[in-house]
Ligand binder design. Structure first.
Ligand SMILES: Nc1ncnc2c1ncn2[C@@H]1O[C@H](COP(=O)(O)OP(=O)(O)OP(=O)(O)O)[C@@H](O)[C@H]1O
Ligand SMILES: O=P(O)(O)OC[C@H]1O[C@](O)(CO)[C@@H](O)[C@@H]1O
Ligand SMILES: [Mg+2]
Length: 344
């Protein structure tokens, strides 16, 4: 078969490992030819491709980012976008397309298949771990490890200066990274988008802890965390051209409020895209490799409109519809039942 692959949405450690695995099994086992579209749907529209082979993917297993490049945006944004996808697939003689992406990219894939009959298999990716249908997404454990390493380092400087450190981690809609890194790094408090926070209540907790003789605190905050209505004034939201809120900065607002309300010296660390860069953890490399193999198998089984998922120990296929328009929020058993026992 001739199979196209693209990566869409924000990049994520493990994307190259998925591509490598699909190419490896495709070429060596099935005798496929694989074609990579550059820069997601932009490359599909503009017919920008690169041939993918076992040879060209050599060394890509541990490499972060995506060799194909990635963009946001959708073929549904223009009247002729879907026609371009169909024509492009026909021009390159493709029998199927593997779309590796987040919730948005998988939603596009779902519509292209359901409404236009385009033969597509999806592979979920995101460091945020918020895609419905899969127990985990690759890239997540890498981001958690990076955030945990940062928190570990912040403990010693915070203790030396008796400071409160407010660490902002990624997590646009959900607090998976914040919760896991908070548990692993021994955070004093974790603020997540799923639970609007009350700054005064947080300050009281920090004050009680410091009165007990612990003079350093680490507050981990997911970038998408929001104050409970009427508790803390925030700056007006700004949106990018894809309709996403431009995040980054909630930690600064929180740190100012903590300093003001408690008098404790407070510092801010915004980890940002460091969490998305560099080499994937061994776990993410394995998950990516399993997803890549499962994706090319799904193409050969003509399981169109499906995506690869991890369920328990197993890799399975799930309808793309499961991921559309949904967000997998933090497991409250984990947050309330485990993480919160270690908060101040
Ligand atoms: N529910 C939806 N249905 C159809 N298209 C969507 C939907 N949500 C988003 N999109 C489109 O998908 C594009 C890609 O989505 P987005 O930028 O969120 O990346 P993603 O694949 O979800 O990765 P990330 O994890 O970085 O968010 C968006 O620019 C938007 O045009
Ligand atoms: O690459 P950009 O546009 O800065 O995207 C940042 C967003 O992408 C993610 O890394 C993945 O969805 C979010 O955690 C973050 O808010
Ligand atoms: Mg998205």
């Amino acid at each position: 078969m001739r199979v196209g692959i693209l990566t869409g949405g924000g990049d994520c450690p493990g994307l190259n490992a998925v591509i490598r695995a699909a190419v490896r099994k495709g070429e060596r086992h099935y005798g496929d030819e694989l074609v990579g579209f550059l820069d997601a749907w932009d490359g599909v529209r503009d017919r920008r491709t690169t041939p993918l082979s076992v040879e060209s993917m050599r060394g890509m297993l541990p490499r972060g980012g995506t060799v194909l490049g990635t963009r946001r945006g959708s073929p549904f944004e223009t009247d002729d976008g879907v026609e371009h996808v169909k024509q492009s697939m026909s021009d390159f003689g493709l029998d199927g397309l593997i779309v590796i992406g987040g919730n948005g990219s998988l939603s596009i894939a779902c519509r292209l298949h359901a409404e236009h009959g385009i033969p597509i298999v999806g592979v979920p990716k995101t460091i945020d771990n918020d895609i419905e249908g899969t127990d985990l997404t690759f890239g997540f454990t890498t981001a958690v490890q990076i955030a945990t390493d940062a928190i570990d380092r912040l403990h010693t400087t915070a203790e030396s200066h008796d400071r409160v450190m407010v660490v902002e981690v990624m997590g646009r809609h959900t607090g998976w990274i914040a919760t896991h890194a908070g548990i692993a790094g021994g955070a004093t408090a974790v603020l997540i988008p799923e639970i609007p926070f009350d700054i005064s209540e947080l300050c009281e907790r920090l004050t009680r802890r410091h009165e007990r003789g612990r003079f350093a605190s680490i507050v981990v905050v997911a970038e998408g965390a929001e104050p409970a209505a009427g508790t803390l004034e925030m700056e007006e939201k700004v949106y990018d051209r894809f309709g996403h809120v431009v995040l980054g900065g909630v930690a600064t607002r929180i740190a100012h409020a903590i300093a003001e309300q408690t008098g404790f010296e407070t510092r801010v660390v915004q980890l940002g895209h460091v969490q998305r860069g560099g080499t994937p953890t061994a776990f993410d490399r394995v998950l990516s490799t399993r997803f890549g193999v499962a994706a090319i198998d799904a193409v050969h089984a003509q399981e169109w409109g499906k995506m690869t998922v991890l369920r328990g120990e197993n890799i399975e296929l799930e309808d793309l519809t499961v991921a559309v328009g949904k967000t997998r929020t933090v497991d409250m058993e984990l947050f309330d039942g485990v993480a919160s026992h270690f908060f101040a």
